[in-house]
Structure formats: structure tokens, C-alpha cells
Design a protein around this ligand. Structure first.
Ligand SMILES: *[C@@H]1O[C@H](CO)[C@@H](O)[C@H](O)[C@H]1NC(C)=O
Ligand SMILES: *[C@@H]1O[C@H](CO)[C@@H](O)[C@H](O)[C@H]1NC(C)=O
Ligand SMILES: *[C@@H]1O[C@H](CO)[C@@H](O)[C@H](O)[C@H]1NC(C)=O
Ligand SMILES: *[C@@H]1O[C@H](CO)[C@@H](O)[C@H](O)[C@H]1NC(C)=O
Ligand SMILES: *[C@@H]1O[C@H](CO)[C@@H](O)[C@H](O)[C@H]1NC(C)=O
Ligand SMILES: *[C@@H]1O[C@H](CO)[C@@H](O)[C@H](O)[C@H]1NC(C)=O
Ligand SMILES: *[C@@H]1O[C@H](CO)[C@@H](O)[C@H](O)[C@H]1NC(C)=O
Ligand SMILES: *[C@@H]1O[C@H](CO)[C@@H](O)[C@H](O)[C@H]1NC(C)=O
Ligand SMILES: *[C@@H]1O[C@H](CO)[C@@H](O)[C@H](O)[C@H]1NC(C)=O
Ligand SMILES: *[C@@H]1O[C@H](CO)[C@@H](O)[C@H](O)[C@H]1NC(C)=O
Ligand SMILES: *[C@@H]1O[C@H](CO)[C@@H](O)[C@H](O)[C@H]1NC(C)=O
Length: 562
């Protein structure tokens, strides 16, 4: 999946809240809670522990997995637990709960009456066994393996793949990249973590969560859950695999479980990118309203389309420079990937456009033949994942945990060629997201060559009658988990789900503060208060650009038909 994670927006909602620990009551704990491993978690108020679970729930003879858990105590009188998964897939729940201030946000959102329990799923982090998935021994080996391919440089194109030369250049890579991916699949299988690949995936994660809940609250207790982004997929699978165990469940930033269970990556990306360009239009609009003093990309009097033209020129400049020298510091493909990440984090737009974007413009200007701006190699954005969140590991090569989870779960894609996937990318670029359709690499495209599928994959139905009504939340403009996915989950669940929307931009409702949404969440979690179906929450009057709020942007947004 395309990093459906929230760590890129975590810094934005670190509201502080005083916390008073109340005694927590464990009915049948087989988990020894103690201090957390300081190499992963520096927050001293968390407790950590481990739970052993079967690697294969259908075949105990295979042996056990050992899950790393973390807990933040309820602030009020404890009424149970709420389980939390931060997304990714592949993000470490333990490390993210340990980010200073984040537990306070989660406690506030969930009403303060539950202990927040999270865990590192199989294939994630350094504490759970099996842990982080690696296919290379070192970064050097990875860079050599993919040298000269789009894996390292991204895809070059301008306009809407309008230049036939760009189309032929991409198709020329198809057999090369397919062969690399086939080899990579075998490398992953032969690596030390290869024997675990078939035990990694979302069904196992759901059963693990139920095992943890059984250990903490007993085998009959309702299970409360809060899942964001890919965490919403764990949630969709959980409520449909264990409908009778559903307690209070909130899903936010929704991955469509139906398309995920039935479609090829190039097709499900056509749904996931549905709002990406609208989020980009939101950024352009805010920039235009702020003007040159608040957003240097704007000239005096510029409207959103004028700024778009400058972004397109910038892409063209990087594209042309890359054709001359493939080793430029920033290719147009890399720029798209980096810029897409910013679409998640609305509250960061003003700072980004002032600082990072201005620097990107300088970097790309310096790439032009004859320019004498000094060129500095920007950090390699394709390989930085496993350095996130203080994860310590002796292997500096990129992690393949996202691939292991997404591909373990994926439909069977035997026989899908790279050429076919590239056709889908061109189609998505022309028809769905003009700016981000060429996002590359994305883990899903490896799935056709991934060597195994998980021993259990839940493929539906997704319309079970649940023991309790759940909340399904979405931003109106989300770049990667668009509103139609939330509508589909709510439609499938019918009477069992209430849909709530937040009138703003970014990935999940956490991307922008909304007192309305937060109190709706905490009222549901603490008191079981169900909001009116299809409630639309406004966001708080935070300035996204100097003097410009989301309400200002919404009032001036150009037509959002794509
Ligand atoms: C959390 O609650 C447990 C159980 O009451 C208690 O033993 C532990 O000390 C608490 N942790 C913190 C950091 O307050
Ligand atoms: C990649 O290939 C180029 C040209 O063939 C070579 O100069 C360079 O050293 C290679 N880089 C790596 C990391 O293998
Ligand atoms: C891509 O196509 C759309 C729809 O035809 C058009 O509005 C847009 O300007 C095009 N973008 C570029 C950069 O050519
Ligand atoms: C506690 O756990 C044990 C071992 O899993 C189980 O046999 C027992 O029934 C559980 N007791 C309760 C009260 O849940
Ligand atoms: C290509 O760009 C790289 C990085 O900026 C630079 O080191 C190298 O000298 C350039 N190669 C040519 C042939 O200009
Ligand atoms: C923006 O620039 C700062 C400072 O150069 C850097 O630390 C940060 O990672 C950049 N942010 C993004 C989203 O690239
Ligand atoms: C190149 O750099 C020199 C020295 O810093 C400067 O005088 C000159 O104007 C620059 N040329 C261009 C085309 O930017
Ligand atoms: C192109 O995209 C459209 C709309 O997203 C879809 O209906 C069509 O099947 C796609 N065609 C191909 C060849 O993928
Ligand atoms: C765009 O979608 C239309 C129909 O939805 C389809 O006919 C067309 O082939 C697609 N464009 C590309 C480039 O595939
Ligand atoms: C809420 O509305 C959505 C349509 O927006 C619908 O699919 C869903 O079934 C409704 N839920 C309830 C509880 O009525
Ligand atoms: C739950 O209901 C009580 C009583 O009406 C109220 O005081 C409290 O603020 C509510 N809690 C939340 C989190 O909404």
C-alpha cells in the first residue's frame, strides 16, 4: 500500500493534556507489563509487555510469534481497553504511542476511560518476532541491485504523459523492472525473514488483536478499536471476522476493503487517488490567498491556476534535466513522491511552501545545464523508511514490511505483467490524478511477483451485522483514502455503521484539528453517543497559511470535478 500512515502528520496534533493514572484491572492477564525498551520508546509513562500467539492459528505445530505491546493508562476511571493501530502498513504501534504527546491525543479522542493498547504486528519493528522484513543485507546491495532503474529515480513525465517519448521510455523499463521484481521476490523468500512471510498479514493481525484482548479483558469482553489509514483495514476485517466481539470501534481515513479484496493494484489506485488532485488544488488555493508574503510560490495577483502552471514548469525543468543527467539531485518523479507526502499534512502546508518548496525550486534551477547553483544531493527519499521513529536495526537497507503485509493480503496476481501495470499508471495519470498518478515505487506493484500469500486472507463479506454500531470517519478531501471509500464501508455495513465527515483536507480527520470531530469521537467512546448519520464537522480556525484558514480555502476552491 502507499504508506497509509499517519506518522507524517503526527507532529501536528501533539496537544498536551495532564494525565492522572488510575488503577487498571486485568481480569486474566498473561502479559507481564513493565518498562518499555528505551531504544524504541522514551516516554516513561508507558508500560510494555509481550504476548505469545500461534504463528498459524490453524496449525499450532508451526510455533509461536511474540508480539511487542505498549499501553498508556486511562486518565479517568478505567472501563476497559481500546486497541490502536497507526497504519502503514508496517508502522510500529509501540514506537508511535511513545512519541511524546501522542498518547495524550489518543486518550483525549477516546474519552480517557480506556487504556490505549497498541502492538507491533508481525513483520514490524525490532521487538516483535517475526520482526521487520529485509530482503537485502545492506543499502549498498539495494542501490546496486536497482541501479539504473525507475526504482531509484521515479517515473519521468510531464503534462498528462503527453510526450510519447516519456511513454516509450517507461515501457522500455517494463521488462527490466519486472525481471528485478521477480528476482527480488525470490531474494525476500531466501532472506532470513523469508520463512515467516506467509504468517504475516491482516488476518493474523486481527486474530492477534483478539488474542491480546482475550488476555487483558477476557474472552467475552467487547473489543474496542481505533484504526486510522491502513488501521481502518484491520478494523474492517476485524468487525467482519468477529462481528459478535465488536465494542466501540472508530475507523478513520478509510481504505476500501472491497476493492482491496477484489482488484489489481493499478485498479485500486484509481479509487485511492480519486481526491489527490483536489487536495493539491486546496494547497494551490491557500497559497494564492496567502500571496507572496505567506507563500513565496505565489506572485502578486496569482490565482491557483497560475501557481499550478509554475509547479508544472518546475516538473518540466526537473524532467528535462533528468533526461540529460539521470543523477540529478532531484528528479521530477522524486519531486512528485515528496510533494504527495505533503498532501497528507495540511497543517504543515504554510511552512512547507515557505521552506522546503523554495529550496526545491533552487535545487531544480541548479540542475539546468549551465546553471551554477551548487548541487547538493538530497536525502534519498526512497530508502529512509526504516530510519523512521528511532527504529534500531543493524540492517540499513530499506524495509519490506509494507510489501510483506500488503502482498500477503493481496489477490492472486500471477501472470500480471509490468507492462500491464504501467498501462494502468498511464491511465490513472490521464484520468484520475494528473499530478500523482505516476507515484513510484509503490509496494503494491511488487505483489504480482511476491512469492507467497498469507495462510489466511479475509476476502469478505463486509456487510456483517455487528454487535455494536461503529463510526466510519473521513475527510472530504483525503489524498489517499478518499471519501468514497468511507461511503462504501458505511453502505456495506448499513445499519451497523454511522458515517461522519470532516470538511477539510489531508489524510484522516487527524490532519487538521476539529473540536467538533474530537468531541463526537470522545462522546461515542466514553458514553456510546452515536452522532447523526452523515454529520459534517467543520475544522477549527487554524491558519494553514498566514491569514488563511481551511474555511477560506474551501470558499475559494476551484471546481473539484476531476
Ligand atoms: C498503569 O496502571 C497500572 C495498573 O494500575 C499501574 O500498575 C501502573 O503503575 C500504571 N502506570 C503508570 C505509568 O502510571
Ligand atoms: C550505477 O551504475 C553506474 C553506471 O553504470 C556506476 O557508475 C555506479 O557506480 C553504479 N552505482 C552503484 C551503486 O552500483
Ligand atoms: C491534464 O489533463 C487535464 C484534463 O484534461 C487538464 O485539465 C490538465 O490541465 C492537464 N494537465 C497538464 C499538466 O497538462
Ligand atoms: C485465563 O486464561 C487461561 C489460559 O488461557 C484460561 O484457561 C482461563 O479460562 C482464563 N480465565 C478467565 C477467567 O478468563
Ligand atoms: C550528473 O549529476 C551529478 C549529481 O549532481 C554530478 O555529480 C555529475 O557530475 C553529473 N554528470 C554529468 C555528466 O554532468
Ligand atoms: C523540510 O525541510 C526541513 C529542513 O530542511 C527538513 O527537516 C524536513 O524533513 C523537510 N520536510 C519535508 C516534508 O520534506
Ligand atoms: C555563476 O556564479 C558566479 C559566481 O558566483 C556569478 O557571478 C554568476 O552570475 C553566476 N552565473 C549565473 C548564470 O548564474
Ligand atoms: C482507465 O481508467 C478508467 C477510469 O478510471 C477505467 O474505467 C478503465 O477501465 C481504465 N482502462 C484501462 C485500460 O485500464
Ligand atoms: C480514460 O478513461 C476512459 C473511460 O473512463 C477510457 O476510455 C480511456 O481509455 C482512459 N484513458 C486511458 C489513457 O486509458
Ligand atoms: C448512514 O448513511 C450512509 C449513506 O451516507 C448509509 O450507507 C448508512 O447505511 C447509514 N447508516 C445508518 C446507521 O443509517
Ligand atoms: C459523557 O457523559 C457525561 C454525562 O452526560 C458528560 O459529563 C461527559 O462529558 C461525557 N463524556 C464525553 C467524553 O463526552
Amino acid at each position: 500500500m502507499l504508506h497509509y500512515k499517519i506518522s507524517s502528520i503526527l507532529a501536528l496534533f501533539l496537544a498536551s493534556r495532564s494525565s492522572h493514572a488510575a488503577p487498571s484491572h486485568h481480569s486474566n492477564s498473561t502479559i507481564e507489563w513493565g518498562p518499555c525498551d528505551p531504544s524504541v520508546v522514551s516516554e516513561p509513562s508507558l508500560s510494555c509487555g509481550f504476548l505469545e500467539v500461534p504463528l498459524d492459528y490453524q496449525d499450532p505445530s508451526v510455533g509461536n510469534a511474540r508480539l511487542a505491546l505498549a499501553k498508556a493508562n486511562a486518565t479517568g476511571e478505567r472501563r476497559g481497553s481500546v486497541f490502536f493501530n497507526p497504519g502503514g502498513p508496517g508502522d510500529s504501534g509501540v514506537a508511535e504511542l511513545g512519541i511524546p504527546g501522542f498518547k495524550d491525543v489518543l486518550l483525549a479522542v477516546t474519552g480517557g476511560v480506556y487504556d490505549i493498547i497498541t502492538w507491533d504486528p508481525r513483520g514490524v519493528g525490532t521487538l516483535t518476532t517475526p520482526g521487520e522484513i529485509f530482503c537485502f543485507d545492506s543499502l549498498e546491495e539495494y542501490l546496486t541491485f536497482f541501479n539504473g532503474t525507475i526504482e531509484l529515480t521515479g517515473i519521468e513525465e510531464t503534462g498528462n504523459f503527453t510526450d510519447p517519448a516519456d511513454v516509450s521510455a517507461l515501457f522500455a523499463q517494463a521488462p527490466v523492472v519486472q525481471k528485478k521484481y521477480e528476482e527480488l521476490g525470490q531474494k525476500c523468500l531466501n532472506a532470513p525473514t523469508g520463512k515467516y512471510l506467509k504468517y504475516i498479514g491482516t488476518s493474523a493481525a486481527v486474530r492477534d488483536m483478539v488474542s491480546i484482548a482475550n488476555a487483558i479483558d477476557g474472552p467475552d469482553a467487547p473489543i474496542n478499536y481505533y484504526g486510522i489509514s491502513y488501521g481502518s483495514l484491520i478494523g474492517s476485517w476485524f468487525v467482519n471476522m468477529f462481528p459478535e466481539r465488536v465494542g466501540r470501534v472508530m475507523l478513520d481515513g478509510i481504505v476500501n476493503p472491497v476493492t482491496f479484496a477484489t482488484e489489481k493494484p493499478s485498479e485500486h489506485f484509481s479509487h485511492q487517488f480519486a481526491s489527490s488532485d483536489n487536495v493539491y488544488k486546496g494547497l494551490l488555493t491557500g497559497c494564492a490567498l496567502a500571496g507572496p508574503s505567506g507563500c513565496p510560490a505565489a506572485s502578486e495577483g496569482d490565482g491557483p491556476l497560475d501557481i499550478d502552471a509554475k509547479v508544472q514548469e518546475l516538473i518540466k525543468a526537473a524532467h528535462d534535466a533528468t533526461l540529460v543527467n539521470a543523477s540529478v539531485p532531484l528528479t521530477s518523479g522524486q519531486f512528485r513522491v515528496e510533494f504527495f507526502a505533503e498532501m497528507y499534512a495540511t497543517a504543515d502546508w504554510g511552512r512547507y511552501m515557505k521552506e522546503n518548496f523554495t529550496q526545491i525550486v533552487e535545487t531544480i534551477k541548479g540542475e539546468a545545464p549551465g546553471a551554477n547553483v551548487s548541487l547538493t544531493k538530497r536525502s534519498d527519499r526512497f530508502v529512509r523508511r526504516n530510519r523512521l521513529l528511532g527504529r534500531t536495526t543493524s540492517n540499513d537497507s530499506p524495509s519490506y514490511s509494507i510489501h510483506a503485509i500488503s502482498c500477503g493480503d493481496a489477490i492472486d496476481l500471477q501472470g500480471v505483467t509490468m507492462e500491464e501495470q504501467f498501462k494502468g499508471i498511464i491511465n490513472n495519470t490521464r484520468n484520475i490524478s494528473h499530478l500523482f498518478g505516476t507515484y513510484w515505487p509503490a509496494p503494491d506493484y511488487l505483489c504480482a511477483y511476491w512469492p507467497v500469500r498469507a495462510v489466511e486472507r479475509y476476502q469478505g463479506p463486509f456487510n456483517k451485522k455487528l454487535a455494536n454500531k461503529i463510526i466510519v470517519a473521513s475527510n472530504v478531501y483525503d489524498p489517499i483514502t478518499p471519501l468514497p471509500s468511507a461511503e462504501e464501508v458505511a453502505r456495506q455495513l448499513g445499519d451497523s455503521a454511522v458515517l461522519v465527515k470532516q470538511n477539510g483536507f489531508g489524510h484522516s480527520t487527524l490532519a487538521e484539528p476539529s473540536t467538533c470531530m474530537r468531541s463526537l469521537f470522545s462522546g461515542y467512546m466514553a458514553n456510546g453517543t452515536l452522532p447523526t448519520n452523515n454529520t459534517l464537522c467543520e475544522v477549527d480556525a487554524l491558519e494553514i497559511f498566514p491569514g488563511v484558514t481551511t474555511a477560506d480555502i474551501l470558499a475559494h476552491l476551484p471546481s473539484t470535478d476531476v
